[in-house]
Ligand binder design. Structure first.
Ligand code: PSU
Ligand code: MN
Length: 301
């Protein structure tokens, strides 16, 4: 049996009153951004959700307990914990069963959200099919989670460290709807648009919420991926980011980085190589995603 879920005070109240809740991941805090921007961003994103009329639930595993919603001291502690584990679907039960502490990826946060009765989740970027996956087999567990766990995930599209066409093909095969917000091209994380046509387009949060309910009514497993473009004023031009991504990728290969270390390595190198510009953009798009996720959550209740 899973240990009791530890809800934060505000999430417990929201559950009691059946108010809208938005799940937030914690790997972005421990493995996606440096301190102190990671903590400032996590706090700011929670506030964006509250301002949007929903309750934020940052999910993590603390000493073997599933936390759905973190109180302020626990969030601050996690943000300064270099030893925190990165927990995906494969690692989460081991951590829960053995009293370990770690942050949850998109896949593990979806699992935590489902256990806590939450169906909307905001993040920055999801994992995907990596470039060179035809030899490395590196495909994120996030994609398979989207195929089986009924949570609507708002992200800023696929990052250019990934192979975007392969990621789209994989999601299509797995029956995961990829819904671009307000445009017919797929946003590409640092850029608001890309050359890739979006499989589906939604005009507003209400259409996404209705589609979520339709999947439920049809008894379909799996969630939805909502691709929300970064606000134009925060975009990083492709000619700036592309050579940096290429450098980070070749360093990862030279250094033999594999498995779950790949994504954190690439993110950290890109932050360093852009002198923090990638971090500023990242913060802006996560906030923007939290705003949309709150709207979707409100539309669902
Ligand atoms: N992409 C980002 N920022 C992140 C991640 C991905 O732009 O913080 C994190 C998320 O937690 C995501 C995880 O679920 O990395 C994917 O890791 P992997 O590729 O090892 O599945
Ligand atoms: Mn991987």
């Amino acid at each position: 049996m899973i240990n009791d879920i530890r809800y934060s005070a505000e999430v417990a109240i929201a559950r009691q009153d059946s108010r809208p809740i938005v799940a937030l991941e914690s790997t972005i805090i421990t493995h996606g951004m440096p301190y102190p921007q990671n903590l400032e961003t996590a706090q700011a994103v929670e506030q964006v959700v509250r301002d949007g009329g929903a309750t934020p639930a940052t999910i993590a595993v603390i000493k073997g307990m599933l936390h759905v919603g973190l109180d302020a001291p626990t969030l601050a502690e996690l943000a300064q914990m270099p030893a925190a584990l990165k927990l995906s679907r494969a690692d989460m039960p081991f951590a829960l069963a053995n009293g370990l502490t770690g942050a949850t990826t998109v896949a593990a946060t979806m699992i935590g959200a489902r256990l806590g009765g939450i169906c909307v989740f905001a993040t920055g970027g999801i994992g995907g099919v990596h470039r060179g996956a035809e030899t490395s087999f590196d495909i994120s567990a996030d994609l398979l989670e989207l195929a089986q766990t009924p949570v609507t995930v708002v992200a800023a599209g696929a990052k250019a460290i990934l192979d975007i066409p392969k990621t789209l093909e994989f999601l299509e095969t797995q029956g995961v709807p990829v819904i671009a917000m307000g445009q017919d091209t797929l946003p590409a994380f640092w850029s608001s648009t890309s050359d890739h046509p979006a499989p589906l387009t939604a005009k507003n949060a209400d259409q996404v919420a209705k589609a979520h309910l339709m999947r439920e009514a049809m008894g379909l497993p799996g969630g939805q991926l909502v691709a929300n473009p970064i606000p134009k004023e925060h975009e990083i031009p492709q000619h700036v980011i592309d050579p940096i991504i290429a450098q980070a990728l070749s360093e990862a290969e030279e250094q033999g980085i594999i498995g779950k270390a790949v994504t954190p390595f690439l993110l950290a190198r890109i932050f360093e190589l852009t002198d923090g510009a990638s971090l500023t953009a990242n913060i802006a798009l996560v906030r923007n995603n939290a705003r949309l996720a709150a709207e979707i959550a409100v539309a669902l209740y």
